[in-house]
Design a binder for this molecule. Sequence first.
Ligand code: GDP
Length: 526
Amino acid sequence: MSELRTEISRRRTFAIISHPDAGKTTLTEKFLLYGGAIAQAGEVKGKRARAATSDWMEIEKQRGISVTSSVLQFQHSGFCINILDTPGHQDFSEDTYRTLMAADSAVMVIDGAKGVEPQTRKLFRVCAIRHIPIFTFINKMDRETKDPLELCEEVERELGIDTYAVNWPIGSGKEFQGVYDREKQRILFFQAEERGKKVGSAEVALDDPALEDMIGAQKAAALREEVELLGAGREFDMEAVRNGTLSPVFFGSALTTFGVEPFLEEFLRMTTPPLPRVSDQGEVDVFSEDFSAFVFKIQANMNKAHRDRLAFMRICSGKFERDTEYFHVQGNKKLRLSQPQQMMAAEREIIDEAYAGDIIGVFDPGIFSIGDTVTVPGKKFKFSGIPTFEPEHFMRVSPKDTMKRKQFIKGTEQIAQEGAIQIFKLPGAGLEEVIVGVVGTLQFDVFQYRMRSEYGVELYMEGLPYEHLRVITACPCKPEDLVLCTGAALLEDFKGRLLVAFGGEWSVGFLTKHNPGLELAESLSV
Ligand code: GDP
């Protein structure tokens, strides 16, 4: 195999999705420990400091950390692994969703006591759009948890994905004894593991009487019954895993490192190498000699003295080499990518080369937009863009000083163009006042801060009660004659499209019932 092919084939690029506190950071850290990328737990924090406050200035101070944690690369068992960080606490934002566009699979961490939580659901939906494989790690088995069968059912019911339990827990909380690996017919005994120390295990068939001696009669009976129930259900189907309709489920405890290594091994065995991406000229061959990438995230520098930004790209084909001339398709310009960098665990390094599947951050003098394609000179295809995600929080915004109208418009438009906020207006209204929509509320703080520091504009901001936004694709009457429910409003975006903003999901039913012929698109990317 050529070097290019070998390097690309061993890449695995995935995101860890979860609701805050389910154990994403802990699990990531344990992965890195196995990969030898960090020496001890506690190094991937940063998050701690960030989570402690929603004060924007604090976050700015921590900026270096949030940059370094955008993607972590490490080696394990011959694989080159890229873990994409999906910010989860107050800094949950559209970027979180966009980052998922750069992944080839996802690990979904669920707190065994809590089950499927709101943020898991949102992130899952975004992964499901692309049908990427999703692996479930049910965490905190060392604590009291919900019934494991119920947990699997909950995942299936709430997320609409089939599950296949690869291993099965024996008790939980104080009674937790370990997990039973169904394929290997082996018990892994629970014990809080120190690094390097192997967990005790024993091979035993379920119908072997020795099982009683190992875990007690009661637990043996329960395990037999439950695994039999599972056996009567679904077969393992790799094809279904690969197209995202079947999620392999693993039980474990990230904090005590129990079940982490078997999970990582199985995950690496089952997940895919870099997946081909689609462009306007068809699918792009991952192993092509020609480099190509798309921009999925732009991070503005919060330091006023440095207006530069970092553009994060996912490499989709070939090899990236430093000091080589590339082509920015949307800008129709040849360019060299300056200061290409990658994050290796806790450190940020300038790199000389990277391969399809990898993520690089490059210095952006303000030329890139989210979704842009970079190729080699002579190739002009564009990767299909990154969807626009539905904002969930809205504010009415205007400048305090009406003399600052020009700066106000310039600033809001630029910040929207970078993808940090979405902007709308009331139909027919001017730009003295805009409606700003965001996915995570911290984006309001960022917006306000940047408007003040970069554009010198103080803002009036007033919260609006909307939670959803849909594009109107067919309107049976004049828009102003539509029957709207209370708390709903018509908005217009800057492409001139008409949208309706509203509160609860139920409003969709009301709107379509009272306005026959009204059609609302499911996605904002229509
Ligand atoms: P994140 O918000 O998803 O990144 O969650 P963290 O990894 O920061 O974990 C949240 C809290 O749960 C921390 O106090 C962890 O120590 C704890 N935690 C994580 N995994 C486990 C586990 O397996 N068992 C127990 N008992 N606690 C855990």
